[in-house]
Design a binder for this molecule. Structure first.
Ligand SMILES: [Zn+2]
Length: 349
C-alpha cells in the first residue's frame, strides 16, 4: 500500500512538473532549471541554422520575458550582455520564465559583417514576422516569431552601435495606442534606466508586416522595448553593465526578481530622429562626438575624395542630440553620417 501510495505521489509530482515544463526550440525547463538548446531554422533556398537559446525556469510563477540580442552580430556589447545574464540568472531567484537568445545573426558575428546577414544580404531586424519560403533571414524571423515572441509576455531587443557607429546609449519606446500596454512599455523603458529614450511613433501597424522584432511583440499585445548601448566593435564595461543592469531592472519592475525597480529620473525624451546621409562616396572626417548637442546647420563632419579634395560638408538637419555618428572613414553614397535626436518639448503623457 505504501509503495502504491508513493508511486501515485511521484506520478502526481511528475505530472505537475510536466505541466509547468516550458520549452523554446530544444530547450525545455521545469521550475528551478536553466537549460540550453537551439531554435532550428530549416534549410530552404539557402542554408538552415541553429539559433542558440537558454531558458531559465524560475521557481515561482510569473511572466515570461524574452531577451534577444545579436540580430546585428557585430553589436558586441549587447551580445556579451546576454552572455552575462545567462551566467548570472539564478532560477532560485526568478519568478516566471526568462528566454535568452544571445546571438541571432551568427554569420554576421563569425564573418565580422556589420548590419546584414551575409548569407542573404538582409538585416535580421527588418523581415518580421518572417516567411517560411523566404531566405535565411526571413525563415529565422519566422522561427523567432513562433518560438520566442508567441511564447513570451514581454520582450527586450538589445542592440548597440555597430562596427561603424559611434553611438550614445538609448532606449526606444514605441507606443501602440493601447493605453495600458503603452504605460507598461514606458515603465519598462524607465526601469531599464538609460537616460535617453526615443519615442518611436512610426512603427508598422500591420501584424503581418511588423518588420522589427519588438514591433512583432508589441502588435501581439506584449509590452516590449528596444535598448541600445555599445559602439564601434568595443565592449566597454559601462555599456555592457548598462545593458545587463537594464534587463535586471526590468525584471524587478515585472516582479520577476526581488527588490524594487528604480526608474530613471528626468530622461531626455527624443520626439523623433533625423538622419543625415552622405550624397557622396569617399573619406569621412567627423567633427562631433556622440552625445553632443548640435544646433541646426552645425558642421558635423566632411567627406573628401581619395586624394583629399572636399566633396561635401555635412550639416545637422535639425537641432538635437548626436545619437550616433559614423565612426570610420569609409563612407558610401546614401550611408548614414549621423542620427540627430530632436528633443521632445515635454515628457509623453
Ligand atoms: Zn542593431
Amino acid at each position: 500500500m505504501k509503495t502504491k501510495c508513493s508511486t501515485l505521489i511521484l506520478l502526481l509530482v511528475q505530472l505537475a512538473a510536466a505541466q509547468r515544463n516550458f520549452s523554446v526550440g530544444t530547450a525545455a525547463a521545469t521550475p528551478g532549471q536553466k537549460t540550453t538548446g537551439y531554435i532550428e531554422v530549416p534549410a530552404g533556398s539557402d542554408a538552415g541554422m541553429h539559433i542558440p537559446v537558454v531558458v531559465v525556469g524560475g521557481v515561482r510563477p510569473g511572466p515570461t520575458l524574452a531577451i534577444v540580442s545579436g540580430a546585428h552580430g557585430t553589436e558586441y556589447a549587447s551580445i556579451i550582455a546576454v552572455e552575462k545574464l545567462i551566467a548570472t540568472l539564478d532560477p532560485q531567484q526568478v519568478s516566471g520564465t526568462v528566454i535568452l537568445v544571445p546571438l541571432v545573426n551568427q554569420a554576421s558575428f563569425e564573418q565580422k559583417v556589420p548590419h546584414l546577414n551575409p548569407i542573404d544580404g538582409k538585416s535580421m531586424n527588418r523581415y518580421y514576422p518572417g516567411n517560411p519560403s523566404g531566405t535565411q533571414t526571413e525563415r529565422a524571423s519566422l522561427a523567432l516569431t513562433r518560438e520566442v515572441v508567441e511564447k513570451c509576455d514581454h520582450l527586450i531587443d538589445l542592440h548597440g552601435g555597430d562596427l561603424d557607429e559611434n553611438l550614445r546609449p538609448y532606449s526606444y519606446w514605441a507606443p501602440t495606442g493601447k493605453a495600458a500596454q503603452d504605460r507598461t512599455s514606458r515603465d519598462m523603458a524607465l526601469a531599464f534606466g538609460l537616460d535617453t529614450i526615443i519615442i518611436s511613433r512610426d512603427r508598422p501597424t500591420d501584424i503581418n508586416a511588423s518588420r522589427y522584432l519588438e514591433t512583432t511583440a508589441s502588435l501581439r499585445g506584449k509590452a516590449s522595448i528596444t535598448a541600445e548601448a555599445g559602439r564601434s566593435g568595443r565592449v566597454d564595461t559601462d555599456d555592457l553593465m548598462r545593458l545587463v543592469n537594464g534587463c535586471l531592472g526590468v525584471m524587478r519592475y515585472l516582479k520577476m526578481l526581488p527588490g524594487d525597480a528604480q526608474f530613471v529620473e528626468h530622461p531626455v525624451w527624443i520626439d523623433h530622429v533625423e538622419s543625415l546621409t552622405s550624397e557622396q562616396t569617399g573619406i569621412f572626417y567627423p567633427e562631433v562626438d556622440r552625445g553632443v548637442y548640435v544646433e541646426k546647420g552645425a558642421k558635423v563632419g566632411y567627406v573628401t575624395d581619395y586624394t583629399g579634395n572636399t566633396l561635401l560638408e555635412a550639416h545637422a538637419p535639425a537641432s538635437g542630440v548626436v545619437l550616433y555618428v559614423c565612426s570610420v572613414p569609409s563612407m558610401t553614397k546614401n550611408a548614414t553620417i549621423a542620427n540627430i535626436g530632436v528633443i521632445a518639448s515635454a515628457p509623453p503623457q
